[in-house]
Design a protein around this ligand. Sequence first.
Ligand SMILES: [Cu+2]
Length: 664
Amino acid sequence: MTTGLWIVLDHVAALLSVAAWFAAGVTLALRRTRLAPAVLVAAVLVTLLRVGTVAMLAGRGWWFVQEKVLLGLPMLGAAAAGAVLLAGPRLLAARRGRGTGWSVSGVVSVFTAAYAALAGLVVTFLVGYPLTLSTALITISLVCAGALLTMRVVAPAAEETAGGGIPLVLGGRLISRRRFLGWSGGAAALTAAGAGTGLSFLPAEAVTVGGGAGRSSRAAVSVADLRGPGSPAPGGTVRRHVLTAKKATVRLASGGEIDAWTYNGEVPGPAISAIQGDLIEVRLRNDDIEGGVTLHWHGYDVPCGEDGVPGLTQLAVRPGEEFVHRFRADQVGTYWYHTHHASHVGVHRGLYGTLVVTPRHGQRADGPAAAEQLDLTLPVHTFDGTVVIPGRDGRTEHPAPPGTTVRLRLINTDSNPHRIVLAGTPFRVAAVDGRDLNQPDEVRDVGLRLPAGGRQDLVFRMPGTPVALVVDDDRDGGLRLRPHGDGPGEAGVGDTSALPELDLLRYGAPAARPFGARDADRHFTLVLDRGLAVVDGRPAYAQTVNGRGHPAIPDQLVAEGDIVRFTVVNRSLETHPWHLHGHPVLVLSRDGTPSTGSPLWLDTFDVRPGETWEVAFRATNPGIWMNHCHNLPHAEQGMMLRLRYDSVTTPFGGAHGESPGHGH
Ligand SMILES: [Cu+2]
């Protein structure tokens, strides 16, 4: 069973225990003494079941259970034990015909167990990992306050029947023992809650160092000075483009029209291509996108000053302004560009395009084959709920004579993953995220998972029969390649939904890796979840990293040359496509199982619910880089932070400036 399923199961068990303890409290309060013992036993059993689900989750990682093991279960366990000890004997006696089974202590203790169960569940949903002393104090005091309030409600009923408690003389006044308990308990709960609330306002550290050294004394470099070269490599040329961001009405392949935000009036924007070693020069202008735009080169390890993150590497380009990007096309492969300003809106509405760099000598790292005869770049994007592919010229059918070598460059420009099936031919996944795989095996009848922002290059020799590219198991959509032009023969695409998913961690042949987990100079853990957090100054039910939202998530500090390891844990029930700017990461393991296929270098990896990924990279590209979820609404809701080289500074915004990927 996957960890994600265990998380769901534990939520269900937690909810059941809340329901069972409240039911026990209500039956007891209503003096249903025949029913009460059964409900109490059920509550105890569900609580024991809960111990089981938490134990299973604990086996998957401490991050999944910390607040349950340290706070939720001990609190519930203590309250449940108290409830059984206080309510149990009288209920048993009542069954034997002695007394009513009802008592103040019994009712209050059973309700206290219910509050404890509820509090544990609320902490899991609102706070999660890591548990803080502040959270623990507030939670325990709230449960105590609940117990005291219950006593206030229940006790008068008891006093009516029993004639009040034993009196106590305090300061010359006669008060009941219960009232004294209530006051002192209330004061203690208030103090604890106050202390907890006070602690929660302590500022977070601004930086984590991951076990490495702190800030160096080296001379500071500004990201504004980390710019690309002015000339191509020897033999290369300059590829000049002007991209003008503007609103436009765009006709979709499906026939509909949309009010899009575009580069040059086109969606996707102009395709940028280059040969390795060329200089890419792009002049970005903004016509009428009021909030501003930028150009971020997704997966391309440009110098930091070219990275296009507003408020961090530059200012957003406002209407009438421009920004010129220059960088060397040193990396071969399939990439894309998009705005990084208010990207959750801008990219969705069309501010994106493709970037493809091919080898200079027609040689590929995986063999002597010349460039493919049919080379299609296919950005997959969803407009108005319809998946559009390829988008550019509206063509969803291409002629491909038998024997043609074909490369399909798939790019997911959406915020959610897509499932891709290539039906009708065996093929190889030649490259992932622009980087060639080592000896990729020929596969067929498999599903490919394309994470948000991710790319996969599929290579095959065209057979004599049609080939279909199916997206999200929609057999009527997608793309068709026909061996004989417009000739007959619809690709008989069967049901693709049951095809197994290709696991890239076990695909291709292993090869020497430049480093492993043990070589890491720094190690950072990122626990992804939902919770209450402050995002851009406002409290929100945020997408969090280690319990915090942007920009309160501490920067990760690294030094040039460091090998940096990330442990990325997903405690939530949503997928988070993790994306580090400026560096590809090498996948080490997923859920503790090492990557055994081709070395897998990714810039975006899908961390599904319950998954734990270990990745590492070498810090060779100085700058301050965004490190965020590429589900862009998630990033907007707090799930982004910065990876900062120790000697680099930014003059753009900083902590109090405009927020990267966010418009003001
Ligand atoms: Cu996410």
